[in-house]
Design a protein around this ligand. Structure first.
Ligand code: FE2
Length: 345
Protein backbone atom coordinates (compact mmCIF):
# COMPACT_ATOMS: atom_id res chain seq x y z
CA UNK A 1 0.00 0.00 0.00
CA UNK A 2 1.55 3.36 -0.96
CA UNK A 3 2.12 5.64 2.02
CA UNK A 4 0.36 8.98 2.01
CA UNK A 5 2.98 11.73 1.67
CA UNK A 6 1.31 14.04 4.18
CA UNK A 7 1.15 11.19 6.70
CA UNK A 8 4.87 10.47 6.26
CA UNK A 9 5.57 14.18 6.77
CA UNK A 10 3.46 14.29 9.96
CA UNK A 11 5.13 11.16 11.35
CA UNK A 12 8.59 12.49 10.50
CA UNK A 13 7.84 15.63 12.54
CA UNK A 14 6.71 13.38 15.40
CA UNK A 15 9.93 11.33 15.21
CA UNK A 16 11.90 14.58 15.20
CA UNK A 17 10.20 15.56 18.47
CA UNK A 18 11.28 12.11 19.76
CA UNK A 19 14.84 13.04 18.69
CA UNK A 20 15.33 10.00 16.50
CA UNK A 21 18.91 10.04 15.17
CA UNK A 22 20.69 8.19 12.33
CA UNK A 23 22.39 6.02 14.95
CA UNK A 24 19.05 4.78 16.28
CA UNK A 25 16.71 1.92 15.45
CA UNK A 26 12.95 2.44 15.30
CA UNK A 27 10.67 -0.60 15.62
CA UNK A 28 7.02 -0.45 14.57
CA UNK A 29 4.70 -2.97 16.25
CA UNK A 30 1.33 -3.88 14.76
CA UNK A 31 -1.15 -6.73 14.80
CA UNK A 32 -3.23 -8.21 12.02
CA UNK A 33 -4.17 -5.70 9.36
CA UNK A 34 -4.71 -2.80 11.74
CA UNK A 35 -2.99 0.53 10.97
CA UNK A 36 -0.74 -0.88 8.25
CA UNK A 37 -0.85 2.56 6.64
CA UNK A 38 0.55 4.06 9.86
CA UNK A 39 3.24 1.35 9.98
CA UNK A 40 4.38 2.03 6.43
CA UNK A 41 4.43 5.79 6.97
CA UNK A 42 6.44 5.46 10.21
CA UNK A 43 9.01 3.22 8.49
CA UNK A 44 9.46 5.77 5.70
CA UNK A 45 9.59 8.66 8.16
CA UNK A 46 12.29 6.91 10.21
CA UNK A 47 14.23 6.22 7.04
CA UNK A 48 14.05 9.91 6.06
CA UNK A 49 15.80 10.70 9.35
CA UNK A 50 18.53 8.20 8.54
CA UNK A 51 17.47 5.75 11.25
CA UNK A 52 17.32 1.98 10.92
CA UNK A 53 13.71 0.82 10.89
CA UNK A 54 11.80 -2.44 11.01
CA UNK A 55 8.25 -3.61 11.52
CA UNK A 56 6.96 -6.53 13.57
CA UNK A 57 3.46 -7.78 12.83
CA UNK A 58 1.81 -10.55 14.81
CA UNK A 59 -1.56 -12.24 14.28
CA UNK A 60 -4.51 -10.47 15.85
CA UNK A 61 -6.40 -12.72 18.30
CA UNK A 62 -10.09 -13.21 17.39
CA UNK A 63 -11.41 -11.24 20.37
CA UNK A 64 -8.98 -8.38 20.01
CA UNK A 65 -9.95 -5.32 18.04
CA UNK A 66 -11.92 -2.96 20.24
CA UNK A 67 -10.63 -0.67 22.95
CA UNK A 68 -12.70 -2.16 25.78
CA UNK A 69 -11.50 -4.79 28.17
CA UNK A 70 -8.20 -5.76 26.58
CA UNK A 71 -5.83 -3.66 28.65
CA UNK A 72 -2.82 -5.60 29.85
CA UNK A 73 -3.44 -8.69 27.71
CA UNK A 74 -1.54 -8.44 24.46
CA UNK A 75 -0.98 -10.54 21.33
CA UNK A 76 2.79 -10.62 22.06
CA UNK A 77 2.53 -12.22 25.53
CA UNK A 78 5.02 -15.11 25.65
CA UNK A 79 6.38 -14.29 22.19
CA UNK A 80 10.06 -14.06 23.20
CA UNK A 81 11.38 -13.43 19.69
CA UNK A 82 9.21 -10.34 19.28
CA UNK A 83 9.85 -9.03 22.79
CA UNK A 84 13.64 -9.38 22.37
CA UNK A 85 13.50 -7.68 18.96
CA UNK A 86 11.60 -4.73 20.44
CA UNK A 87 14.03 -4.47 23.37
CA UNK A 88 16.85 -4.11 20.85
CA UNK A 89 15.27 -0.96 19.38
CA UNK A 90 15.76 2.59 20.71
CA UNK A 91 12.16 3.58 20.05
CA UNK A 92 9.09 1.35 19.67
CA UNK A 93 6.04 2.76 17.89
CA UNK A 94 3.16 0.81 19.44
CA UNK A 95 0.24 0.60 17.00
CA UNK A 96 -1.27 -2.32 18.96
CA UNK A 97 -1.87 -1.10 22.55
CA UNK A 98 0.60 -2.63 25.00
CA UNK A 99 -0.58 -0.28 27.75
CA UNK A 100 -0.68 -1.82 31.26
CA UNK A 101 1.07 -5.01 30.09
CA UNK A 102 4.08 -6.91 31.46
CA UNK A 103 5.57 -6.83 27.97
CA UNK A 104 5.53 -3.02 27.88
CA UNK A 105 7.25 -2.83 31.27
CA UNK A 106 9.90 -5.35 30.25
CA UNK A 107 10.69 -3.49 27.01
CA UNK A 108 10.88 0.01 28.52
CA UNK A 109 12.96 -1.28 31.48
CA UNK A 110 15.84 -1.81 29.04
CA UNK A 111 15.88 1.90 28.17
CA UNK A 112 13.81 1.54 25.00
CA UNK A 113 11.39 4.43 24.74
CA UNK A 114 7.87 3.74 23.56
CA UNK A 115 5.19 5.79 21.84
CA UNK A 116 1.57 4.64 21.62
CA UNK A 117 -0.19 5.73 18.41
CA UNK A 118 -3.74 4.43 18.01
CA UNK A 119 -5.92 7.50 17.40
CA UNK A 120 -7.30 8.43 13.96
CA UNK A 121 -5.15 10.65 11.75
CA UNK A 122 -7.56 13.57 12.24
CA UNK A 123 -6.94 13.49 16.00
CA UNK A 124 -3.16 13.02 15.62
CA UNK A 125 -3.04 16.04 13.31
CA UNK A 126 -5.31 18.33 15.32
CA UNK A 127 -3.59 17.58 18.65
CA UNK A 128 -0.02 17.44 17.31
CA UNK A 129 2.29 18.00 20.30
CA UNK A 130 4.90 20.71 20.74
CA UNK A 131 7.72 21.61 23.08
CA UNK A 132 5.72 24.28 24.86
CA UNK A 133 3.09 21.70 25.81
CA UNK A 134 5.85 19.53 27.24
CA UNK A 135 7.28 22.48 29.16
CA UNK A 136 3.90 23.29 30.69
CA UNK A 137 3.20 19.64 31.56
CA UNK A 138 6.57 19.52 33.29
CA UNK A 139 5.66 22.65 35.26
CA UNK A 140 2.64 20.68 36.47
CA UNK A 141 4.88 17.73 37.27
CA UNK A 142 6.98 19.96 39.52
CA UNK A 143 3.97 21.48 41.27
CA UNK A 144 2.41 18.07 41.85
CA UNK A 145 5.68 16.47 42.95
CA UNK A 146 6.29 19.12 45.61
CA UNK A 147 2.79 19.11 47.11
CA UNK A 148 1.60 17.40 50.28
CA UNK A 149 -2.12 17.91 49.86
CA UNK A 150 -4.59 18.48 47.03
CA UNK A 151 -8.05 19.95 47.56
CA UNK A 152 -10.73 20.01 44.85
CA UNK A 153 -14.05 21.86 44.96
CA UNK A 154 -16.78 22.63 42.43
CA UNK A 155 -20.05 24.58 42.22
CA UNK A 156 -21.86 21.19 42.02
CA UNK A 157 -20.62 20.29 45.50
CA UNK A 158 -17.33 18.44 45.02
CA UNK A 159 -15.16 18.81 48.12
CA UNK A 160 -12.40 16.21 48.29
CA UNK A 161 -8.90 16.08 49.75
CA UNK A 162 -5.95 13.93 48.59
CA UNK A 163 -2.92 13.27 50.80
CA UNK A 164 -0.02 13.16 48.32
CA UNK A 165 3.54 11.84 48.32
CA UNK A 166 3.06 8.07 48.17
CA UNK A 167 3.34 7.85 44.37
CA UNK A 168 5.45 9.43 41.62
CA UNK A 169 4.09 11.94 39.11
CA UNK A 170 3.62 10.71 35.55
CA UNK A 171 3.53 12.97 32.50
CA UNK A 172 1.99 12.58 29.06
CA UNK A 173 2.72 15.24 26.45
CA UNK A 174 2.62 13.24 23.23
CA UNK A 175 6.22 12.33 22.42
CA UNK A 176 9.28 10.88 24.12
CA UNK A 177 13.01 11.57 23.86
CA UNK A 178 13.93 10.18 27.31
CA UNK A 179 15.38 6.64 27.57
CA UNK A 180 12.85 4.11 28.88
CA UNK A 181 10.01 6.63 28.87
CA UNK A 182 6.55 5.79 27.54
CA UNK A 183 4.17 8.37 26.07
CA UNK A 184 0.96 8.54 24.08
CA UNK A 185 0.38 10.73 21.02
CA UNK A 186 -1.70 12.82 21.57
CA UNK A 187 -2.10 13.85 25.21
CA UNK A 188 -1.23 16.77 27.49
CA UNK A 189 -1.69 16.13 31.21
CA UNK A 190 0.06 14.80 34.30
CA UNK A 191 -1.10 12.84 37.30
CA UNK A 192 -0.22 11.16 40.58
CA UNK A 193 -2.21 9.27 43.20
CA UNK A 194 -3.29 9.98 46.75
CA UNK A 195 -2.13 7.74 49.59
CA UNK A 196 -4.17 4.51 49.30
CA UNK A 197 -6.06 5.46 52.49
CA UNK A 198 -5.60 9.23 52.09
CA UNK A 199 -8.52 10.44 49.96
CA UNK A 200 -11.63 11.77 51.74
CA UNK A 201 -14.68 13.86 50.89
CA UNK A 202 -17.10 13.81 48.01
CA UNK A 203 -16.97 14.18 44.25
CA UNK A 204 -20.15 15.38 42.56
CA UNK A 205 -20.24 14.57 38.86
CA UNK A 206 -22.10 17.44 37.18
CA UNK A 207 -23.93 17.55 33.84
CA UNK A 208 -21.29 17.70 31.11
CA UNK A 209 -18.63 15.81 33.05
CA UNK A 210 -17.49 12.66 31.24
CA UNK A 211 -17.34 8.97 32.17
CA UNK A 212 -14.82 7.76 29.59
CA UNK A 213 -15.52 4.03 29.97
CA UNK A 214 -19.16 4.64 29.07
CA UNK A 215 -18.37 7.19 26.31
CA UNK A 216 -20.98 9.28 28.03
CA UNK A 217 -21.54 12.82 29.28
CA UNK A 218 -23.19 13.02 32.71
CA UNK A 219 -26.76 14.34 32.51
CA UNK A 220 -27.91 14.09 36.13
CA UNK A 221 -25.64 14.81 39.12
CA UNK A 222 -23.98 11.84 40.81
CA UNK A 223 -22.55 12.16 44.32
CA UNK A 224 -19.65 9.86 45.21
CA UNK A 225 -18.81 9.68 48.92
CA UNK A 226 -15.14 8.88 49.50
CA UNK A 227 -13.70 7.61 52.79
CA UNK A 228 -10.08 6.59 53.37
CA UNK A 229 -9.40 6.18 49.65
CA UNK A 230 -12.55 4.28 48.69
CA UNK A 231 -15.93 5.17 47.22
CA UNK A 232 -18.40 4.15 49.92
CA UNK A 233 -21.65 5.51 48.49
CA UNK A 234 -23.01 6.47 45.06
CA UNK A 235 -26.10 8.67 45.12
CA UNK A 236 -28.11 10.27 42.34
CA UNK A 237 -31.40 10.03 40.50
CA UNK A 238 -31.43 9.02 36.88
CA UNK A 239 -29.39 6.80 34.65
CA UNK A 240 -25.86 8.02 35.40
CA UNK A 241 -25.72 6.99 39.05
CA UNK A 242 -27.46 3.71 38.26
CA UNK A 243 -24.93 2.90 35.50
CA UNK A 244 -21.93 3.64 37.71
CA UNK A 245 -23.37 1.68 40.66
CA UNK A 246 -24.25 -1.28 38.49
CA UNK A 247 -20.94 -1.34 36.63
CA UNK A 248 -18.74 -1.13 39.73
CA UNK A 249 -20.75 -3.81 41.51
CA UNK A 250 -19.63 -6.33 38.89
CA UNK A 251 -16.12 -6.28 40.38
CA UNK A 252 -14.67 -6.84 43.85
CA UNK A 253 -14.02 -4.11 46.46
CA UNK A 254 -10.76 -3.04 44.79
CA UNK A 255 -12.90 -1.44 42.05
CA UNK A 256 -14.01 1.25 44.53
CA UNK A 257 -10.50 2.53 45.22
CA UNK A 258 -9.53 6.05 44.13
CA UNK A 259 -7.01 5.97 41.27
CA UNK A 260 -4.89 8.66 39.59
CA UNK A 261 -5.59 12.40 39.88
CA UNK A 262 -4.32 15.35 37.86
CA UNK A 263 -5.37 17.99 35.34
CA UNK A 264 -5.37 18.62 31.58
CA UNK A 265 -3.26 21.25 29.78
CA UNK A 266 -3.96 20.75 26.09
CA UNK A 267 -5.76 23.84 24.78
CA UNK A 268 -6.20 22.12 21.39
CA UNK A 269 -8.34 19.32 22.86
CA UNK A 270 -12.09 19.63 22.40
CA UNK A 271 -14.41 18.86 25.31
CA UNK A 272 -17.24 18.08 22.86
CA UNK A 273 -15.16 15.68 20.76
CA UNK A 274 -16.50 12.49 22.33
CA UNK A 275 -20.00 13.46 21.20
CA UNK A 276 -18.95 13.19 17.55
CA UNK A 277 -16.21 10.54 17.71
CA UNK A 278 -16.48 6.90 16.64
CA UNK A 279 -16.03 5.00 19.93
CA UNK A 280 -14.55 2.01 18.11
CA UNK A 281 -11.77 4.03 16.55
CA UNK A 282 -10.23 5.97 19.40
CA UNK A 283 -9.44 6.00 23.09
CA UNK A 284 -10.72 9.57 23.46
CA UNK A 285 -7.67 11.64 24.30
CA UNK A 286 -9.57 14.94 23.94
CA UNK A 287 -11.53 14.15 27.10
CA UNK A 288 -8.44 13.24 29.13
CA UNK A 289 -6.33 16.17 27.93
CA UNK A 290 -8.62 19.20 27.62
CA UNK A 291 -7.36 22.38 29.15
CA UNK A 292 -8.31 23.01 32.76
CA UNK A 293 -10.09 19.71 33.37
CA UNK A 294 -9.59 17.81 36.63
CA UNK A 295 -9.01 14.19 35.66
CA UNK A 296 -10.52 12.18 38.50
CA UNK A 297 -10.48 8.37 38.36
CA UNK A 298 -11.28 5.21 40.27
CA UNK A 299 -9.78 1.73 40.21
CA UNK A 300 -6.21 0.47 39.71
CA UNK A 301 -2.94 2.12 40.74
CA UNK A 302 -0.43 -0.35 39.27
CA UNK A 303 0.47 2.27 36.65
CA UNK A 304 1.87 4.37 39.51
CA UNK A 305 3.58 1.43 41.22
CA UNK A 306 0.74 0.47 43.57
CA UNK A 307 -0.72 -3.01 44.07
CA UNK A 308 -4.38 -2.47 43.11
CA UNK A 309 -4.78 -4.26 39.76
CA UNK A 310 -8.57 -4.19 39.41
CA UNK A 311 -9.71 -4.10 35.77
CA UNK A 312 -12.51 -1.68 36.78
CA UNK A 313 -11.11 1.71 35.75
CA UNK A 314 -13.24 4.82 35.38
CA UNK A 315 -11.59 7.99 34.06
CA UNK A 316 -13.86 10.95 34.79
CA UNK A 317 -12.73 14.35 33.46
CA UNK A 318 -14.51 17.08 35.46
CA UNK A 319 -15.25 20.60 34.24
CA UNK A 320 -15.26 23.86 36.14
CA UNK A 321 -13.44 22.66 39.27
CA UNK A 322 -11.09 24.59 41.53
CA UNK A 323 -7.97 22.69 42.56
CA UNK A 324 -5.41 23.79 45.15
CA UNK A 325 -2.06 22.30 46.18
CA UNK A 326 -1.10 23.08 49.78
CA UNK A 327 -3.45 26.05 49.57
CA UNK A 328 -2.09 27.46 46.30
CA UNK A 329 -4.72 27.79 43.57
CA UNK A 330 -3.70 25.78 40.47
CA UNK A 331 -7.04 25.48 38.64
CA UNK A 332 -9.73 28.11 39.25
CA UNK A 333 -13.23 27.33 37.95
CA UNK A 334 -11.76 25.16 35.19
CA UNK A 335 -9.03 27.61 34.15
CA UNK A 336 -5.27 27.24 34.66
CA UNK A 337 -3.87 29.83 37.11
CA UNK A 338 -0.03 29.69 37.34
CA UNK A 339 1.22 31.94 34.48
CA UNK A 340 4.06 29.55 33.60
CA UNK A 341 1.55 26.73 33.04
CA UNK A 342 -0.99 28.72 31.02
CA UNK A 343 -1.36 28.13 27.28
CA UNK A 344 0.06 31.03 25.33
CA UNK A 345 -2.40 30.83 22.43
FE1 FE2 B 1 -6.91 6.40 33.69
Amino acid sequence: MPADASMVELFRRELELCRVTPEETVAVLSDGEARLDFAQAFLLAAQQLGATAFQVTVPRPPQHGGFAGNFGQTPIAGNRSVIEALKSADLVIDLMLLLFSQEQNEITATGTRMLLVVEPIEVLTRLFPNEDLRRRVEVGEQLLGNAQEMHITSPAGTDVTYRLGAFPVMTEYGYTDTPGRWDHWPSGFMFTGGHPDGVDGKVVLAPGDIVCAFRRYIQNPVELTIEKGFVTDIQGDGLDAALIRNYMAKFDEKAYAISHIGWGLNELADWHHMAVANPHQELGMDALSYYGNVLFSTGPNTELGGDNDTPCHLDMPLRGCTLTLDGEVIIKDGDVVPPEMKATA
